[in-house]
Design a protein around this ligand. Structure first.
Ligand SMILES: *Cc1c(COP(=O)(O)O)cnc(C)c1O
Length: 395
């Protein structure tokens, strides 16, 4: 049979049809342990009963009605998100890229409102912010941009984790209105900046009247051990975007804003047909409720440390290993050689993992993964990595 889909994904030949918690099954009945959660989306695992019940209940009542009506459940979700983050208000969209588009529009309008005609946003090398024109321009990866020129104007790039680079830009470019950055780079290879990075960014933003905008689409919603990764620091952003696990698989994204950034967008400035619909909002509220009740941020912190410590023990003294980096359940194992083929090899033995930035094995397990499953993950993946590196040196 011919495949009539656009060839945008080089997918594995695995047809997943069912899931439960951190386990999934393909159409042949083969079982896998999911250490990726659909790239940090299904943080509550697959088919959690409580969420499934809410999905069915809301689907039987009201899925959509348009933002021209007062959607009370959307208001409740906004209240909850502002409480958890300390930011002031929220715009709802349907994806990460859309949330970042809202952030970029806030930055642009913030600049234009203060008579900066060509506002510029600082972004970083290795960043990933999405696949729309503005967000692929903001992303720091030529592969994502190539072929889509002309790119969107109004971005300058700094090295990730480098506060001096920001100071240099601040001195030479008076058109800068904001910085957009991930607290930890996900697609970039689980790159963790120095501990003082966010505090330093806050200082520079305050000095130069830039908006501090954090892309927490991958790091947010308990993944790193707090509700949001910025909560590991002492500071708060002006703008924050989230999506991925907010709906545990039901598409929803959000752009939160605080203080002066919260009043930039006014009636008529932005919108979305599907954004903030009663269905997605009700599900997201249930997701947050479960994360809160089951203290899944703490769970991410404890289980993440255990998994990464265990990997460090298992892979100690391995010459092909560059480094193991982690914050909560965001775990990167960087090898010295390209290891993209590990994704298929792992799937063969019933393990769903990801490799990003060519050399970094990326693990984003569901926050509900059990200790036993975690032990299985570390043992089987460590053995696979050792075998893989052995073959490499003999090749
Ligand atoms: C996944 C991701 C995005 C894009 O989200 P989409 O829902 O695919 O548009 C943006 N930023 C970060 C950090 C991401 O991980």
């Amino acid at each position: 049979m011919t495949d009539t889909r656009m060839a945008t994904y080089k997918s594995l030949n695995i047809n997943l049809v069912k899931g439960q918690g951190a386990q999934v099954w393909d159409s042949n009945g083969k079982e896998y342990l999911d250490a990726l959660s659909g790239i940090s989306v299904c943080s509550l695992g697959h088919a959690p009963q409580e969420i499934t019940d809410v999905i069915c209940d809301q689907a039987s009542k009201l899925i959509h009605c348009s933002n021209i009506y007062d959607i009370q459940i959307q208001k409740q979700l906004a209240d909850k998100l502002t409480q958890l983050s300390g930011l002031d208000n929220v715009f709802f969209g349907n994806s990460g890229a859309e949330a970042n588009e809202a952030a970029i529009k806030i930055a642009r309008k913030y600049g234009n409102d203060k008579k900066i005609k060509n506002p510029v946003i600082v972004v970083t090398e290795g960043a990933f912010h999405g696949r729309t024109l503005a967000t692929l321009t903001a992303s720091g990866n030529r592969k994502i941009q190539a072929g889509f020129e002309p790119l969107v104007p109004g971005f300058v790039r700094a090295r990730f984790g480098d506060l001096n680079a920001l100071e240099t830009i601040a001195k030479s470019n008076s058109n800068v209105v904001a910085i957009l950055v991930e607290p930890i780079q996900g697609e970039g290879g689980i790159v963790i900046p120095p501990d003082d990075y966010l505090d330093g960014i806050r200082k520079i933003c305050d000095q130069h009247d830039w908006l501090m905008m954090l892309d927490e689409i991958q790091t947010g919603m308990c993944r790193t051990g707090h509700w949001f990764a910025f909560q590991h620091s002492q500071v708060k952003p002006d703008v924050m975007t989230i999506a991925k696990s907010l709906g545990n698989g039901i598409p929803i994204g959000a752009c939160l804003a605080s203080g002066k950034a919260a009043s930039v967008l006014q009636a008529g400035n932005h919108g979305s047909t599907f954004g903030g619909n009663p269905f997605a909002c009700r599900v997201a509220l249930a997701v947050i409720n479960k994360m809160e009740r089951e203290k899944l941020a703490e769970r991410a912190s404890v289980l993440g440390k255990k998994i990464s410590d265990d990997f460090k023990t298992q892979l100690a003294n391995l010459s092909g290993l560059t480094e193991i980096r982690s914050k909560g359940l965001m775990i990167g194992i960087e090898l010295k050689t390209s290891c993209l083929e590990l994704v298929g090899l792992a799937a063969d033995i019933g393990l769903l993992i990801n490799v990003t930035a060519d050399k970094s094995i990326r693990l984003l397990p569901p926050l509900v993964m059990t200790d036993k499953q975690a032990t299985h993950l570390v043992t089987t993946l460590s053995n696979l990595i050792k075998q893989f590196l052995k073959k490499q040196t003999h090749a």
